[in-house]
Ligand binder design. Structure first.
Ligand SMILES: [Zn+2]
Length: 172
């Protein structure tokens, strides 16, 4: 620190640290390239960070600081699916609908263990159903859960470009 900086600090108090400087003290880099948030995480596992008096999601703050503005209505999505990762290159801007696609998982209601495949008691068959922009798309009835899943998978490949690729690669 130069004398001029010291003199400035005496006169005005220490210069506030930049957001990036503060972020840099709360991370740990893993061998596979994730930058994990080591400070407070919320119940869902997302890092939290306070800017001024406002709490924010850490990965959103990092995105805005390092990559660029987050336009109104856009969400910051984890490409790596690690919720407390703040590596800006593991993040991307998505619309709410795209983010829903990427968060899709095996439905809790589903007894099949596969996404998009549900047991239909009335029809006594496996029902395949896609979901897009909050609307359900009926894809057919099948004898096995695997066939229903395969029907969903074909549909999802075309209509859910942001889906977690793991969901498209399930084994019988
Ligand atoms: Zn990551």
């Amino acid at each position: 620190m130069t004398d001029i900086q010291k003199a400035r600090d005496v006169r005005f108090g220490p210069r506030p640290r930049s957001v990036l400087d503060r972020l840099a003290t709360k991370i740990s880099v893993t061998s596979d390239g994730h930058v994990l948030w080591t400070a407070y995480c919320d119940k869902k596992g997302y890092g939290r960070f306070t800017v001024g008096k406002t709490g924010a999601m850490a990965h959103r703050v990092v995105y805005a600081e390092v990559v660029g503005d987050i336009p109104e209505g856009m969400e910051v999505d984890h490409i790596c699916f690690v919720r407390n990762c703040v590596n800006p290159w593991h993040l991307r801007l998505v619309t709410g609908d795209q983010n829903k696609q990427s968060r899709a998982r095996v439905d809790g209601r589903s007894t099949s263990g596969y996404p998009g495949a549900h047991w239909d008691k009335r029809k006594a068959a496996w029902r395949a159903e896609g979901s897009q922009s909050g609307r359900n798309k009926f894809l057919g009835y099948f004898d096995t859960r695997w066939e229903a899943y395969v029907a969903w998978r074909e549909w999802a490949r075309l209509h859910m470009p942001y889906v977690n690729p793991e969901l498209l690669e399930m084994k019988p």
